[in-house]
Design a protein around this ligand. Structure first.
Ligand code: URA
Length: 178
């Protein structure tokens, strides 16, 4: 299920310029799920093209994964005003789209608290969950979920990049074996 360009399933439709659809390889077994589009993503209509995207793209490449070979999406496809976190209601409105995007993946790396909360369906304390793989079931299919920090958190804390690197490595071992 794909949101139409004029999607009005939630109030985020009022402030957006574009519905930001996924990027990368639609058939990739690995998906990265961010929180929500920011200003650059809203303008470009592509996820992770701003400063967080630069961090993510570089880490992926350093770990041997080309950005174009993985699937990249967000919990919600429209930019929340002022870059606030999406509400539960907004994430719920977009969940059928997210589930259809993820249902055939092997591994999903959630970037930040919102994405982990959305897919694990419970409150998340990041420091307790990061890099602890869990299993989720989407439409009857089991998927490994690896909670990772959001790339934007690396702007304030230098250890975060290494933690995200570890998440990417861990995701690769689920795909390729140790
Ligand atoms: N942050 C996100 O969570 N997603 C984007 O697409 C860009 C920044």
């Amino acid at each position: 299920m794909r949101p139409p360009e004029d999607c009005k399933r939630c109030a985020l439709c009022h402030g957006r310029a574009n519905v930001v659809m996924p990027d990368g390889d639609p058939d990739s077994p690995i998906a990265f799920v961010g929180e929500a589009p920011g200003a650059k993503e809203d303008a470009a209509g592509r996820p992770f093209v701003g400063s967080s995207g630069k961090v993510l793209t570089k880490l992926l490449e350093e770990e041997g994964l080309e950005r174009s070979k993985v699937f990249i999406t967000n919990t919600v496809k429209c930019r929340p005003p002022g870059n606030r976190e999406p509400t539960q209601e907004e994430m719920d409105a977009c969940l059928p789209c997210l589930e259809s995007e993820l249902e055939n993946r092997k591994v999903v790396v959630t970037l930040g608290r919102s994405a982990a909360k959305d897919l694990l369906r419970r409150p998340i304390v990041m420091k307790d969950e990061v890099n602890r793989p869990q299993k989720i079931t989407i439409r009857g299919k089991e998927i490994v979920l690896i909670p990772a920090y959001h790339p934007a958190a690396s702007f304030y804390n230098r250890t975060v990049k290494e933690s995200i690197r570890e998440s990417i490595r861990s995701a690769r071992t689920y795909l390729e074996g140790p």
